[in-house]
Design a protein around this ligand. Structure first.
Ligand code: 3HC
Length: 703
């Protein structure tokens, strides 16, 4: 028997234990071990029943994701489950932690299932672009009913043990010291009562007579939510097969659909996104075991929208935060906004009012310069500065922090554009200074760019990455440059979006192509949401500074100059009905764009969808290649995670660099060269890294 799965006996019950940290994934060794252990249990004359359990923090969390994309190795999971289901001795699956994907499918093939309270059970394959491919789509509807199975399988969201019991997915919830003890106890009951076994495959009462129109209606619901995704619709096909075909034929249909999903680029993108989210936390060059500084109290300077959102992030995990501002009015406004945000969560059932109250008591507003705020600064482990973008002001604040903060405190700036090295240089402790670039709304957006400045100490970087994880963010380490990674690439996409409208496209056409690609919103709708004044001020500053990469004044600047700041003023690139958020085309904008074209002597021309997509996205890829070359991002996956978690890049495309590899770098390079010849501009000069990889027949994945 192998190391991953062991067999032993406890009294009259044989125990099969999977031990494959961290999450007992069903690798080929585990699958083989399960068969061997089952065989041992069946041969053991003293074992009358069997318990399937796992060591460590969780039951089996699914198939081994790292094996995907490689040729399948036997035994395949479906065959293992069939053997468990056919076992002449009753097998009790004893669940704790999470029973997910193939793990739950294996449990569904067992005669009985018992779980510790709080266990989560689910079929999350759809989140990886797959469907449950080892009988889950055939057995779950037979146990939980068709509608609930469709919901669970197409959302991928788990249910907890109590709900699973109610739904008929498990047979008991037992408050035992361990899953093993719960399983043994249940097995004794089964033997004592001589409880009959009814395998899931034989239960047809919940699928018989299913209304065939249910599936069409469900597909329509999905169309409204996830129209661009492939696998949710295949999940429905598979569940439909459970209701229309005999069990074995249903399994075959499920397998065929599973293989279709496995071959889809969406599966590759989503698994890259899943693994990338975990990989990104492992910073290259940062020694494992780098000590982490304490995080017991936080001070946030600046009670604007950003500051308030940042304060919420810490209060949400029980860390007291002092929110400082020089104006009483700003503090009052911020307090009200924080309360409103929490009340919104209560309305969506994401928070209770008791939880809101405890979080609100953790956020203490304080006027800067007063004794209590000075004391809070002196005691804080982490100070996050979130005032407006002005280098002089930020440097003054950091010089003051240097004077009042305790040794070892982490001094963080939330700047999105300024030089973190220059900010750090205002202190005598640049090793303690780091950038924490939150994205608005800070309490919602998952991305946190962790800016490592020239002198940032290793343990400060390690602490900042750990802090990101604790507050539920995806922390991505980046270096210092204008706009860091995300905004620097966004700048290039924005430049092309504006130019495409100059040349003849409409803003709604540009937006439609990018939402068609999978972004939740197009660049212009996003400008309107963020506020046109924000981008306009930044562009003005860059023009004044004589920045070679700055954009000439465009129709977008003219809109902002005219007070059209976007959704907040009811008009921007689009117009909005009072209180509405739906972007509506505005003839006034068309006229202004037309005027702008006329003044610049441009004759508008038809612009194709393909040109819009290529110019907006290849400009980003080319810039991403430069970012990698300069070491501002260490790995392509860092860029991918930034764009997925901060800018709505569709996860099923894996992020811009992963997507570029899928498109093929030689084709992208050729297009970039073409744009450079036709349009000019230093930004279209092909990045040397892109040229090199394309010439060598390699991709970003090979770096
Ligand atoms: N296969 C391989 N490795 C896995 C894995 C899996 N199914 N699930 C998690 N891991 C790895 C992670 O990559 C991570 O590795 P690292 O330490 O090297 O970075 C480690 O396990 C710990 O994972 P998390 O950091 O995510 O730990 P958490 O405690 O936060 O979460 C979890 C645990 C809830 C199990 C979460 O990891 C998870 O959701 N895993 C994916 C579950 C899943 O999607 N299962 C379905 C797989 S597809 C399938 O079963 C197909 C079948 O139908 C045929």
């Amino acid at each position: 028997m192998n190391n991953e799965v062991r067999y032993a006996r406890e009294g009259r019950t044989g125990v099969i234990t999977v031990n494959f940290p961290p999450v007992n994934a069903l690798s080929v060794a585990v699958r083989a071990g399960l068969l061997e252990a089952l065989e041992a249990g069946l041969e053991d004359a003293d074992a009358e029943a069997l318990v399937l359990t796992t060591a460590g923090r969780t039951f089996i969390a699914g198939a081994d994701i790292r094996e995907f994309g490689k040729p399948p190795q036997s035994p395949i999971l479906g065959d293992v489950i069939a053997r468990f289901e056919a076992s002449p001795k009753p097998v009790v699956a004893a669940l704790h932690g999470t029973a997910l994907g193939g793990g739950l499918e294996l449990a569904l093939g067992c005669a009985f299932r018992v779980a510790l309270p709080g266990t989560k059970l689910g079929l999350p394959e759809v989140k990886l672009g797959l469907l449950p491919g080892a009988g889950g789509t055939q057995r779950l509807p037979r146990l939980a009913g068709v509608r609930k199975a469709l919901e669970m399988i197409t959302s991928g969201d788990p249910v907890d043990a109590a709900e699973a019991l109610e739904l008929g997915i498990i047979d008991a919830v037992m408050d035992a010291p361990s899953a093993l003890e719960a399983g043994l106890h249940f097995a004794r009951q089964v033997l004592a009562e001589k409880r009959p076994v009814r395998p899931a495959r034989e239960r047809s009462e919940r699928i018989a007579g299913t209304d065939p129109t249910l599936f069409a209606a469900f597909r329509e619901e999905l169309g409204a939510r996830v129209r661009n995704l492939f696998s949710p619709f295949r999940c429905v096909d598979a569940v439909e097969a459970a209701c229309t075909l005999p069990f074995e034929d249903g399994l075959k249909r499920e397998r065929a659909l599973f293989l279709e999903c496995m071959a889809s680029p969406q599966r590759a993108g989503l698994i890259h996104a899943f693994l990338g989210e975990r990989e990104v936390a492992k910073v290259p060059g940062l020694p494992a075991g780098t000590p982490i500084r304490p995080l017991r109290s936080v001070a946030v300077i600046g009670a604007g929208t950003m500051g308030g959102g940042i304060a919420m992030c810490f209060a949400n995990i029980g860390i007291p935060v002092t929110l400082l501002d020089s104006g009483r009015e700003a503090l009052d406004k911020s307090e009200a906004a924080i309360r409103r945000a929490y009340e919104g969560m209560i309305r969506k059932d994401r928070l209770t009012s008791v939880e809101m109250d405890s979080r609100l008591t953790l956020i203490r507003p304080a006027l800067s310069g007063q004794a209590d705020s000075e004391q809070a600064l002196a005691e804080a482990d982490v100070i996050v500065e979130a005032v407006f973008e002005d280098l002089v002001v930020k440097r003054e604040i950091f010089a003051r922090l240097d004077a009042v903060c305790k040794p070892g405190a982490i001094l963080a700036t939330n700047t999105s554009t300024l030089d973190v090295n220059a900010i750090a240089a205002a202190t005598h402790r640049p090793q303690d200074v780091v950038g924490l670039h939150f994205f608005s709304p800070a309490n919602v957006m998952r991305l946190l760019e962790v800016v490592r400045a020239e002198h940032t100490a290793d343990d400060v970087l390690a602490t900042a990455m750990a802090l990101a994880k604790r507050i539920g963010k995806v922390g991505v380490p980046v270096g210092v440059c204008y706009g860091f990674v995300g905004n620097r690439m966004l700048h290039q996409r924005g430049r092309e979006a504006i130019a495409l409208v100059d040349e003849g496209a409409s803003p709604q056409h540009v937006d439609a192509v990018l939402t068609g690609f999978g972004f939740p919103m197009g660049p212009f709708a996003m400008n309107d949401l963020a506020g046109l004044d924000v981008g306009w001020r930044i562009r003005e500053e860059r023009r004044k500074a004589g920045d070679s990469d700055s954009l000439p004044v465009t129709w977008l600047d003219r809109l902002a100059e005219g007070g059209r700041f976007g959704q907040k003023t009811g008009a921007g690139v689009y117009r909005y009905e009072p209180g509405g958020h739906t972007p509506l085309p505005d003839p006034a904008v068309e006229a202004l764009v037309e005027e702008h074209r006329h003044a610049r002597g441009i004759t508008p021309r038809p612009v194709s969808d393909q040109e819009i997509q290529e110019r907006c996205l290849y400009a980003m890829v080319n810039e991403g290649a430069r970012i990698l070359e300069e070491g501002i991002a260490a790995r392509p996956l860092d860029i991918d995670m930034i764009w997925i978690h901060g800018y709505g890049f569709p996860a099923y495309r894996g992020g811009p660099m992963f997507w570029a590899d899928q498109v093929g770098l030689p084709g992208i390079l050729e297009a970039v060269r073409g744009f450079h010849d036709r349009l000019g501009g230093t930004h279209w000069r092909p990045a040397p890294l892109l040229e090199r990889l394309a010439a060598e027949g390699r991709g970003f994945r090979d770096l």
